[in-house]
Ligand binder design. Structure first.
Ligand SMILES: NC(=O)c1ccc[n+]([C@@H]2O[C@H](COP(=O)([O-])OP(=O)(O)OC[C@H]3O[C@@H](n4cnc5c(N)ncnc54)[C@H](OP(=O)(O)O)[C@@H]3O)[C@@H](O)[C@H]2O)c1
Length: 273
């Protein structure tokens, strides 16, 4: 059996995720490329195989905006991967209109938080049993935008307050809370969880959400995820939030225990767990 450590990076057909996969594969990890489009997953796999001879890569495609598709995708992953050490919840969108997932949940919240929440819960048993002398990891790619977010516990789909930015910021605040909640719920010897702001990075999402502003290269955006996924010893405590690679205190709103537990309960209910 392969001794390589195994990482799944969601949303790795483009942007920061694709750069994360490339760096992890170059560092000798087995990496699973994920995207919503099978064609884009196959193109990414072919490109990376050409660039990195000897890399061990696999692909899986499913839409994080559909809870049924997430369940199906997680079942495929569990069937194919006897071990999984790292889950990087990287996929994300910035929606330009208020649309919904298959559970009538607003899509930004669905893709950026609820789909990854369900995926993480379904993969947790495999992550936990794959922990060795080093803990398995969940890495949530959030954003500095979390500081502008508010969790609308009674209106997560933002019927009354939707703007693209409000939905994005709420979902990114949910990412920080998710990592903090996982850190609270799991022994750090078995599983550590982190969240991070990758920097302002030139990608499709940045253009869609924020217009033609110049960002840094995707390789710079991948750096923190790559370090946290591949370092032998998890040096910062589980739950740490990183901004541009530096361990940083997240916004006070992320630390509110009652909102965080409300979000956890609502997510469990919405994901039918
Ligand atoms: N770029 C920045 O400046 C910045 C700043 C802060 C945080 N972030 C965060 O960084 C992460 C990566 O974003 P990025 O900037 O690299 O964006 P990107 O280039 O647009 O990449 C997003 C990835 O997510 C995938 N994806 C989108 N919707 C999906 C769905 N419904 N199901 C499955 N996969 C889906 C995309 O697939 P396709 O290839 O099919 O589109 C793509 O692979 C996001 O979580 C974002 O919030 C980015």
């Amino acid at each position: 059996m392969s001794e390589r450590r195994v990482a799944l990076v969601t949303g790795s057909t483009d942007g920061i995720g694709r750069a994360t996969v490339r760096a992890l594969a170059a560092a000798g990890m087995k990496v699973i490329v994920h995207g919503r489009s099978k064609v884009k997953v196959d193109v990414t796999l072919a490109t990376l195989a050409g660039e990195l001879p000897g890399a061990e890569l696999e692909g899986v495609s499913f839409d994080l905006g559909s809870l049924a598709a997430v369940r199906n995708g997680a079942a495929q992953i569990l069937e194919r991967l006897p071990v999984l050490h790292v889950l990087v919840n990287n996929a994300g969108i910035f929606a330009t209109e208020r649309v919904f997932n298959d559970q009538d949940v607003e899509l930004t919240f669905g893709v950026n938080h609820l789909g990854p929440f369900l995926l993480t819960e379904l993969l947790l048993p495999r992550l936990l049993e794959s922990a060795t002398t080093v803990p398995s990891r969940v890495i949530d790619v959030s954003s500095i935008a979390h500081a502008r977010g508010r969790i609308h516990l009674n209106d997560l789909s933002l019927a009354t307050a939707w703007t693209g930015y409000a939905a994005y910021a709420q979902s990114k605040l949910a990412n920080v809370m998710h990592a903090l909640s996982l850190a609270e719920r799991h022994e750090p010897e078995k599983l550590v969880a982190y969240s991070l702001h990758p920097g302002v990075i030139s990608t499709k999402l940045l253009r869609q959400g924020f217009g033609p502003i110049a960002g840094a290269a995707v390789e710079a955006g991948a750096k923190t995820s790559v370090r946290l996924a591949s370092e032998e010893i998890a040096s910062e405590p589980s739950g740490t939030y990183f901004s541009d690679g530096v361990a940083t205190r997240p916004a006070a709103s992320a630390l509110d225990p009652s909102v965080r537990s409300g979000l956890w309960d609502a997510s469990m209910q919405l994901a039918d767990l």
